[in-house]
Write a protein that binds this ligand. Structure first.
Ligand SMILES: C[S@@+](CC[C@H](N)C(=O)[O-])C[C@H]1O[C@@H](n2cnc3c(N)ncnc32)[C@H](O)[C@@H]1O
Length: 293
């Protein structure tokens, strides 16, 4: 991880956020939560934290997301860092979900902002949010309760969720992969492939890799330990390696990108009795056979 004596975040953003954020209200919120009791209720004793997660200082915060203050300040800060507006950027993913999924998984759900939007858009669906940080999950759970939304929040590692294979129609990951080493992002995509039913949809909303490569200062500003490795990568290729087809990536206001892909449908060729994979529904003309991975 690159360290600076005084990062751009400390120099410019912290003072800015300091003036925009109601610190007294945050302190009241912090003090109103029985963290010990809520952590005991949500933390899964068998979850183990990967090295990168325990040793990295995301946004310069010691203990990264395993920290109450990171969880408390996440929403107030995030609203200012997703232009043109946080809701608009997140809606790009929510509105890209096709059909009426009955089971939706939000990996690395954090404080659950996208998870709540998913449940609002698909009220009949079972929506599950999964994250490694109990502190972030506590915030997510409180938001869902306050909004009267029935969402399951689960403590776990997105690389190895322990959830059943083929048990979701859509799997989403928002702002997760720029915070992980690419090996982790690829492992999460493989796990997502396992979790999706054939024909299910994968959606990834994250920093725009091409823009980040061009604007170096953007990679410095938020103190993201893995953003340089992330921007050198290619999400389309990572989705392809995981087995997904019909991969599409589009810009979301230049700073972010949305990738969508499908888990192919297996079909048996009666002539050879060998399994092939078929892309579920190509908009521009019928299912297309693709080679077995
Ligand atoms: C930048 S936050 C994004 C949170 C949320 N998806 C959003 O859009 O606001 C990244 C989240 O990913 C979680 N995370 C990182 N690695 C993870 C992993 N291997 N499994 C589950 N969650 C992980 C962190 O705990 C953190 O809550």
């Amino acid at each position: 991880m690159e360290t600076q004596s005084q990062s751009l975040f400390e120099q410019f953003l912290a003072p800015l956020f300091g003036s925009l954020i109601d610190k007294e209200a945050l302190l009241r919120l912090r003090n109103s939560i029985d963290w010990e009791a809520e952590m005991a209720a949500i933390a899964h004793p068998q979850v183990t934290y990967p090295d990168y997660y325990q040793t990295s200082q995301f946004h310069g915060v010691k203990n990264g997301y395993l920290n109450i203050d990171a969880a408390i300040t996440y929403d107030p800060i995030t609203q200012y860092v997703l232009p043109p507006s946080e809701t608009w950027v997140r809606e790009s993913l929510v509105h890209a979900i096709q059909g009426s999924p009955r089971r939706i998984l939000d990996l690395g759900c954090g404080t659950g902002t996208t998870t709540l939007m998913l449940k609002r858009r698909f009220p009949q669906a079972k929506v599950v949010g999964l994250d490694l940080s109990p502190q972030m999950l506590i915030m997510a759970q409180r938001k869902a309760q306050a909004a009267g939304l029935d969402i399951t929040f689960r403590h776990g590692d997105a690389m190895q969720t322990g959830l059943d294979a083929t048990s979701f129609d859509a799997v989403c990951a928002t702002l997760l992969f720029h915070e992980t080493p690419p090996t982790v992002a690829k492992a999460v995509l493989r796990e997502s492939f396992r979790l999706l039913r054939p024909g299910g949809q994968m959606l990834v909303l994250d920093g725009n890799q091409a823009t980040l490569r061009q604007l170096d200062w953007l990679s410095n500003i938020f103190e993201e330990p893995f953003i340089r490795e992330y921007r050198q990568g290619n999400l389309d290729a990572w989705l392809g390696y995981a087995g997904f087809t019909t991969v599409r990536t589009q810009n979301v206001f230049m700073l972010n990108q949305l990738s969508t892909a499908r888990k192919p449908l297996p079909v048996t060729d009666p002539a050879t009795t060998a399994n092939q994979w078929v892309v579920p529904q190509e908009a521009d003309g019928g299912p297309v056979p693709v080679p077995t991975a």
